[in-house]
Design a protein around this ligand. Structure first.
Ligand code: AMP
Ligand code: MG
Length: 487
């Protein structure tokens, strides 16, 4: 069905290791992303039973050549020289309709040479969570891996308790991570490292090949994409939860949705992940952590770069520092959009600081606040003003802020600015309690809530009755305070 190619498998052994999927008991298709399949070059989509066989790994897909990828990584700051795909298999790459090479990978398809103590499987919950959140991110225009298929395995996997198993099919620009470079660098095999770097330049950053120092140019491009990515995450309250270097994509996509979650009541120090005890990956730490990860990437590239000694380190450090202005510029642009200000406005930073403080002090839900502000900008009606003020515990303070905002915003007179404001402020995000509700229903065999939530979060600007119902913030009893990797 998919016209596979196998470029990554031509890289030397520890980077790609031939591995077969382990069949599951009785695969059944939960979801298949037909529009994405067409984008990837699929002509005809077979029946669900065949899809279930293929996307569980039970039957080899025509032309697939499954392999597990080696990578290393800093996990919560500690270097682990060998991680790798412990429960994932790269089936191959396809050239999509835009001429872009993209990976297709099974996740939860059984043990691999990199599995260590793990069972190579995925529980159903994290599969559904990744499907929903990654497709929402794509609908928001945020660079991300995509969901192609989800299949239940008919087997139980044991975590804290026995849970239904599932296999997820992920599509990525590539699965090359900062940790992949760390893996090659740790082997102290410069030829291996160079082969990887040249592959990445050819595949993701072809313009770097013509630079005076292609590897320095590669670093510069990766820094720029990460800076934009993290600014976009933060503009909608996304908290990745496990920004280890092995979860940091060289192509600049959001990858490895584990305990990720969206901010509800605004708090810059917010952490959801149960394993993030030190709050290393708190919301507001994300830019600094991305920069730290990029410094680890830079270290791996030093042996390939032209300069030597102190001059080399200085040059690389200077590029890592550029993360900050690039991040700031993207954030300024996004903040102007979110507030309905002209793009060149110099008030965005101050107004956003003011509103963030209102949201924090007034215990306001981040998504609901920006949605209400967008509705108010459209109508300037008392009703929408009241709707916004109802979100805070400090309406007098917010009223004062609104006065300053009103004088600066142009969204209610400028259609283009309003469109930008709307597209920066979704009506709905996949809220933690809704995702949990959907998982609970699926564990009882009912996938209808999953399909409903998926339909709504992939049209995040639609103002339907169903969207409004599923968009509502959690009540106190519905709140999900902790999220789990679920691996
Ligand atoms: P993650 O938490 O998904 O980023 O994974 C971190 C590392 O643990 C990667 O090397 C994974 O392949 C590995 N891993 C996670 N879950 C499993 C599992 N069930 N079986 C084998 N390896 C796993
Ligand atoms: Mg990972």
């Amino acid at each position: 069905m998919l016209p596979f190619e196998h470029l990554y498998s031509t890289l030397p052994e520890p980077l790609w290791v031939a591995t077969q999927a382990t069949p599951v008991a009785s695969p059944a298709l939960i979801a298949f992303n037909a529009p994405l399949a067409h984008e990837l070059g699929a002509q005809e989509i077979p029946d669900p039973a065949t899809l279930a066989e293929w996307f569980s790994g039970n039957q080899p897909m025509p032309d697939a050549k499954p392999g597990a990828l080696g990578y290393a990584g800093h996990q919560f700051g500690n270097f682990v020289p060998q991680l790798g795909d412990g429960r994932a298999l790269l089936l191959g790459e396809v050239i999509d309709q835009n001429g872009v090479r993209r990976d297709v990978q099974l996740k939860g398809s059984g043990r691999t040479p990199f599995s260590r103590g793990g069972d190579g499987r995925s529980p159903l919950g994290p599969v559904l969570r990744e499907y929903l959140v990654s497709e929402f991110m794509a609908a928001m225009g945020i660079p991300t891996t995509r969901a192609l298929a989800a299949v239940t395995s008919g087997e139980r996997v044991v975590r804290q308790m026995a849970e239904p198993g599932a296999v997820f099919t992920r599509v990525a620009s590539s699965h090359i991570r900062v940790g992949t470079f760390q893996f090659a660098a740790a082997k102290r095999d410069e030829a291996l490292l160079k082969a990887l770097a040249d592959h990445v330049i050819e595949r993701h950053y072809p313009e770097a090949a013509n630079a005076e120092d292609p590897y320095l140019a590669l670093l510069e491009s990766v820094v720029a994409r990460q800076a934009v990515l993290i600014a976009r995450w933060m503009s909608i309250g996304f908290i990745h939860g496990v920004m280890n270097t092995d979860n940091c994509s060289i192509a600049g996509e959001t990858i490895d949705y584990g305990p990720c979650a969206f901010m509800e009541q605004f708090d810059p120090q917010k952490v959801f992940s149960s394993i993030d005890q030190g709050r290393r990956y708190a919301f507001a730490n994300q830019p600094a952590i991305a920069q730290w990860n990029l410094a680890r990437f830079a270290e791996t590239l030093l042996p390939l770069m032209r300069e030597e000694g102190d001059a080399l380190v200085e040059q690389a450090t200077e590029i890592i520092r550029r993360f900050n202005p690039l991040f700031d510029a993207e954030q300024r642009r996004l903040h102007a959009d979110k507030l309905g200000l002209p793009p060149e406005s110099d008030q965005a930073a101050l107004l956003m600081e003011g509103l963030e403080s209102q949201m924090h002090q007034g215990r306001m839900d981040m998504t609901a606040t920006f949605d209400a502000l967008t509705q108010y900008a459209a109508s300037m009606s008392d009703e929408h003003r009241e709707g916004l003020l109802a979100l805070t515990t400090q309406p007098n303070e917010l009223t004062a802020w609104l006065g300053t905002w009103q004088a600066a915003q142009v969204a209610n007179q400028d259609n283009q600015r309003f469109a930008a404001m709307r597209s920066a402020n979704p009506v709905i995000i996949p809220r933690n309690h809704r995702v949990q509700e959907v998982i609970d229903a699926a564990y009882d065999g009912d996938f209808a809530p999953f399909h409903m939530l998926l339909a709504v979060v992939t049209q995040p600007f639609d103002d339907s009755v169903e969207a409004r119902r599923l968009a509502a913030p959690a009540t106190d009893s519905e709140q999900v305070l902790r999220t789990f990797c679920g691996t």
